[in-house]
Design a protein around this ligand. Structure first.
Ligand SMILES: [Zn+2]
Length: 332
């Protein structure tokens, strides 16, 4: 009999819950109107209602093997608790996993949302033919995930993969993690908007200023991307900074890990055309491991290529990765 699992993505503004078959097919998605910021109680109620509804409807497709939940924060895998989550302050030090298991009487696995996205891309996306990959998720912040030998690399205490806090400029912009110059401060949607406001304040960025003052559309990374693609120089410089920062971070991991694939996902990855040239330039400058494995040097030995690519699953990566967790766990 075939099996299915439920994946939950708590990462965005809204809550998304999907029933996913063992073949990776998304059977149904429920997106709740509840804003995650409205509090734990409400979100837990809606999540459990939606899970119950989905599992009742889809149990004709096979047996439910469990629930995986991607959470934006640091998870203690042993206790099933959220240790730290800037976006979900009232979820910390609360037994989320036990509470949902008690309500629904099934296996529940919590995972960091960026780890879940990397696992999703490995399963059904850009990394489906790879055993090892590293993924950067460029969203409101910058998340990271490492998959080694087909499994999420969690490290000693489950805190591994915090790639967004890689230092790329030693004296750079302060970060909420306490450090300065983290890649998150240059390659996230939040950072793109901040850099645009900085450019406006410096002067000489009239198109950005006009867009920032316009009532619609809301001034966002997407709006700034469109200006860059239309040839606006100040907007292009912002995306060069995005590419430079991401390239420095990627070069570090390419040199350290020598993996076959590095995936760039999240909303900002749709601006690939605007930041990728600067990103590749930086990687070639800083990573001799990349240069040796880029396939571009005809005199270099014919080594397996390092692939740096866009994610393929968009917002479904986290849902798919979360749903995959209980499927894999029950096999062992
Ligand atoms: Zn940081």
């Amino acid at each position: 009999m075939s099996r299915f699992a439920i994946g939950v993505d708590l990462g965005g503004t809204n809550l998304r819950i999907a029933a996913v078959g063992e073949d990776g097919k998304i059977l149904e998605v429920i997106t709740t109107e509840t804003e995650v910021a409205r509090g734990r109680g409400l979100v837990l109620d809606e999540m459990c209602d939606a899970i119950t509804k989905l599992s009742a409807k889809h149990n004709t497709n096979g047996s439910l093997c469990g629930i995986g939940i991607g959470v934006p924060g640091i998870i203690d895998m042993k206790s099933g608790m959220v240790l730290k989550s800037p976006n979900l302050p009232d979820w910390t030090d609360y037994p989320v996993q036990q509470e949902i298991e008690r309500r629904l009487s099934t296996t529940v696995i919590l995972e960091n949302d960026a780890n879940a996205a990397a696992f999703g891309e490995k399963w059904m996306g850009a990394g489906r033919d790879q055993d090892d990959l590293c993924m950067f998720t460029l969203g409101t912040g910058v998340g990271g995930g490492l998959v080694f030998d087909g499994k999420i690399w969690r490290g000693m205490t489950g805190m591994a993969g915090e790639l967004g806090h890689t230092t790329v400029f030693a004296d750079g912009h302060p970060c909420k993690c306490g450090s300065r110059g983290c890649v998150e401060q240059y390659a996230s949607a939040t950072a793109i908007k901040r850099m645009a406001i900085e450019a406006i304040e410096r002067g000489g960025a009239s198109e950005l200023e006009k867009a920032a003052k316009a009532p619609t559309p809301e001034f966002s990374a997407q709006v700034i991307y469109k200006l860059a693609m239309a040839g606006d120089k100040p907007a292009q410089l912002i995306f060069q900074k995005v590419g430079q920062a991401l390239g420095i971070a990627l070069a570090t991991f390419i040199n350290a890990l020598n993996l076959p694939m590095y995936v760039v996902g999240g909303g900002v990855s749709h601006s690939w055309d605007a930041f990728a040239p600067a990103m590749f330039e930086e990687i070639k400058f800083r990573s001799f491991v990349y240069v040796a494995t880029s396939g571009e040097d005809p005199k270099a030995p014919r080594l397996q290529k390092t692939i740096i690519t866009r994610a393929l699953l968009g917002g479904d990566a986290g849902l798919l990765g979360a749903a995959r967790l209980p499927m894999v766990m029950n096999k062992h």
